[in-house]
Design a binder for this molecule. Structure first.
Ligand SMILES: [Zn+2]
Ligand SMILES: [Zn+2]
Length: 391
C-alpha cells in the first residue's frame, strides 16, 4: 500500500452514508435545493466558510490554512437525471422519474470526505475551494456559476474535476492531457418543398427525397472533409415531415447532434454541413434554413495540471492501476467551461467492468461503486497537500 493511499479510509462508512442519502434523494438540474442544503450543513459543521446560491443552487466551501496565497479548486457536480431507476437496493431513488444515474452522488460524497479530512487533519498551506456545481446534465451549471463570478469571488490557481467511468476497471484512475470529453453541437435543417398528391409528385417538390439525400450526404463530412486522424460524429436523430400516407409533405425538419474535440474541427463540420444542406436543397428547387448551435464546449486538460494529476494518481493507486492511454470520450461535460478560464484537469475513476457495476452512465440500472469513495477522496487530499505544500 502506498503511503498516500487510504488516508480517508476511516471516513468510508460516513462517505457511504452520504452517498446513499444523495442517491435516495435525487434532484434534477437547477432544482438541487435539498442537495445544496445538505452539503452546506456538512461543510459548516467542518468550520468551512460556505457560500450558497452561487449560480443558482451551487455551493462553494473555502478552507484556509496558514498564510499561503496559493489556491486550488476541486469541483463536484450535484444533479440527477430524469430516469426511472430500476435498481432494487434499499437506498434506491425515492423520487420516481429521478435518479442519480451518472454518479454525481458519489462525486459529492468523495469531495465531502476530502473536505472532512482536510479540515480535521489536512497538512497544507493555502486555500482550498470546494465547488459543488448544479445542472451539469443540462449544460447550464458551470456557465451559471461562472456568470455569478465563480473565479472572481473564489480565484483558484487551478481547477480539477473527477468523473466515474463504468467502462474502466474498478478503482483505476485515467488521466490524459489535451481533449478528454467532446464538444456537443446541435443542428436543425428545415427543408421547404411543395406539398402535393402522392400520386402526382411532378406537381410538387418532395422534401422527403431532399431530406433523405441530405441525411446520406452528411455522413461524407467525417469521412471526406475532416482529416482522417480527427475524431467526430454526426448523427441525424429526428426526421419530421408534415405529410400523410397519400400526401407528400411541404416541409421536412431534420435535427441532430454532432461531437468533436477541437474548435477547428467544430467549425469545419458546421461549414460543410451548411454547404451540403443548402446545395442539395438548391439542386431540387427546395428552400433551406440551416441552424447550428453549441451546447457543450470540449473539455481540454492543460498539460502541466494533467501531469500533476498523473503524479498524484500514481501515489494513490500505483502504476498498475493508472491508465494513461485511455482515448478521449465522445460524451460531453460542462467542466470544459471552467477549463476555458482556469488551467486544470478532468480525470476519470473506473467504476468497474463486471456486472452490475458495468451498467453505463445514464442507464436505469447504473450505480456508483462505493469502493471508489476512499480512492477518490484520497486523490483529492493528496492533490491538495502536494500542491499547497506546508513549509
Ligand atoms: Zn451524465
Ligand atoms: Zn456526469
Amino acid at each position: 500500500m502506498n503511503k498516500h493511499a487510504q488516508a480517508t479510509a476511516y471516513l468510508h462508512e460516513m462517505m457511504t452514508q452520504w452517498r446513499h442519502d444523495f442517491h435516495a434523494h435525487p434532484e434534477l438540474g437547477c432544482e438541487e435545493q435539498r442537495t445544496a442544503a445538505t452539503i452546506a450543513e456538512l461543510l459548516r459543521g467542518l468550520d468551512i466558510e460556505v457560500h450558497t446560491g452561487v449560480g443558482g443552487t451551487g455551493v462553494v466551501g473555502i478552507l484556509k490554512r496558514g498564510h499561503g496565497s496559493r489556491s486550488i479548486a476541486l469541483r463536484s457536480d450535484m444533479d440527477a437525471l430524469a430516469i426511472v431507476e430500476e435498481n432494487s437496493f434499499d437506498y434506491r431513488s425515492k423520487s420516481t422519474g429521478k435518479m442519480h444515474a451518472c454518479g454525481h452522488d458519489g462525486h459529492m460524497a468523495m469531495l465531502l470526505g476530502a473536505a472532512q479530512h482536510l479540515s480535521n487533519k489536512g497538512n497544507f498551506d493555502g486555500i482550498v475551494y470546494f465547488i459543488f456545481q448544479p445542472a451539469e446534465e443540462l449544460g447550464y451549471g458551470a456557465k451559471s456559476m461562472l456568470a455569478d463570478g465563480l473565479f472572481k469571488r473564489f480565484p483558484a490557481d487551478a481547477v480539477y474535476g473527477m468523473h466515474n467511468m463504468p467502462s474502466l476497471p474498478l478503482g483505476t484512475l485515467a488521466i490524459r492531457p489535451g481533449p478528454v470529453m467532446a464538444c456537443e453541437d446541435h443542428f436543425e435543417i428545415i427543408i421547404s418543398g411543395k406539398g402535393t398528391h402522392a400520386a402526382l409528385p411532378h406537381l410538387g417538390i418532395d422534401p422527403i427525397l431532399v431530406g433523405a439525400e441530405i441525411v446520406s450526404a452528411l455522413q461524407s463530412v467525417v469521412s471526406r472533409v475532416l482529416n482522417t486522424v480527427d475524431n467526430a460524429v454526426i448523427s441525424v436523430t429526428e426526421f419530421i415531415a408534415d405529410g400523410t400516407t397519400n400526401v407528400l409533405p411541404t416541409t421536412v425538419t431534420l435535427k441532430g447532434d454532432t461531437r468533436s474535440f477541437t474548435p477547428a474541427v467544430q467549425q469545419q463540420i458546421e461549414i460543410a454541413m451548411g454547404r451540403i444542406a443548402h446545395g442539395i436543397c438548391a439542386a431540387h428547387g427546395a428552400g433551406c434554413n440551416f441552424t447550428y448551435s453549441n451546447e457543450f464546449i470540449s473539455t481540454i486538460n492543460t498539460r502541466t495540471e494533467a501531469a500533476i494529476a498523473e503524479e498524484v494518481a500514481r501515489q494513490i493507486v500505483g502504476e498498475e492501476r493508472l491508465i494513461l492511454d485511455c482515448p478521449p470520450f465522445m460524451a460531453s461535460e460542462d467542466f470544459g467551461e471552467m477549463l476555458r478560464i482556469k488551467p486544470g484537469c478532468f480525470l476519470f475513476i473506473g467504476n468497474g467492468t463486471e456486472d452490475p457495476e458495468s451498467a453505463g452512465l445514464h442507464n436505469p440500472r447504473y450505480n456508483f461503486h462505493d469502493d471508489n469513495l476512499t480512492t477518490g477522496a484520497d486523490f483529492w487530499v493528496h492533490l491538495v497537500e502536494s500542491q499547497l505544500t506546508a513549509s
